[in-house]
Ligand binder design. Structure first.
Ligand code: DGL
Length: 281
């Protein structure tokens, strides 16, 4: 007689290389407050944006495995770099072996889905890390859904460090915000819609708005990802039933707990309790 153990439901996992994914987590929790969440920031190894494909894949896979061990049946890669460089391999190659019933989703597809209704000129820009822009993931996704839209990417390598080091609102940030915004618009003067293709960038939004000409729509991902997740859970009751409901979130970082709690308070506007976790173990 075979004995099938009942499936133990768990929290929804949200992963980022650092603090950026907190912008996505906040929107997800606004839209879906009833679920439990686990947030994991790989702050000890951030930034991912300048790292190779192989390394981002390896680090992201370690994080996904750990979130599965923590009981998550559904993991959101709240990081464009990880979504661009690791998501497909994890979905195609690793999930069938790890556990085909669990799911890993990214942030690029839900962002791109909304773009068709927003651009009138059919010329859009994407601001992202070097890794995301070089991967060409946005160009590929847009081409699949909206072949008539032209996509121009601009890497903004200094923006993640500005956010990670809490300098997003300082006067030093102006130089680099202006530099990359202008560099994008100079490449294509018909751009009327710009995607912030990195989850850290909403923290720079006040400054980005200062340098972006009026009339250009700026697209932040948080709300789009949250709505897409809501829709996903509605369409997939088999996954939804494996997500616990308690409205609680547990935070993990690979860096110091104290440092994470301190910096996370600027993203979340509140103090949180954080646990340390080592992904190399
Ligand atoms: N926040 C991440 C993203 O959305 C990456 C930041 C980094 O580690 O470079 O791309």
């Amino acid at each position: 007689m075979s004995l099938t153990l009942p499936i133990q439901p768990g929290p929804i996992g949200v992963f980022d290389s650092g603090y950026g994914g907190l912008t996505i987590l906040s929107e997800i929790r606004n839209a879906l407050p009833m679920y439990d969440y686990v947030y994991l920031g790989d702050n000890a190894r951030t930034p991912y944006g300048t790292r190779s494909f192989d390394i981002v894949y390896e680090f992201t896979l370690q994080a996904v495995r750990r979130l599965f061990e923590l009981g998550c049946h559904l993991v959101i890669l709240a990081c464009n770099t990880a979504s661009a460089k690791a998501l497909r391999s994890i979905q195609m190659r690793d999930l069938p072996q790890l556990d085909p019933s669990r799911r890993v989703l990214g942030v690029i597809r839900p962002t791109v889905e909304c773009i068709g209704d927003l651009t009138h000129s059919r010329h859009i820009g994407v601001l992202g890390t070097s890794g995301t822009i070089k991967s060409g993931s946005y160009v590929l996704e847009v081409r699949k859904l909206f072949p008539d839209i032209q996509v121009t990417g601009q890497a903004c390598p200094m923006w993640v460090p500005l956010v990670e080091y809490n300098e997003a609102h300082g006067s030093g940030a102006d130089y680099f915000v202006q530099k990359y915004v202008y560099a994008l618009l100079e490449q294509d003067r018909l751009i009327d819609t710009v995607i912030l293709g990195c989850t850290h960038y909403p923290l720079l939004l006040p400054k980005i708005k200062e340098y972006m000409p009026a009339g250009i729509t700026i697209v932040s991902q948080g709300e789009l990802v949250a709505q897409s997740l809501k829709d996903y859970l509605r369409r997939h009751p088999e996954i939804d039933s494996r997500c616990t409901r308690g409205g609680h979130c547990t935070y993990y970082t690979t860096e110091s707990e104290e440092k994470f709690a301190e910096s996370a308070s600027t993203f979340l506007n509140k103090r949180i309790e954080v646990h340390h976790l080592d992904l190399n173990e």
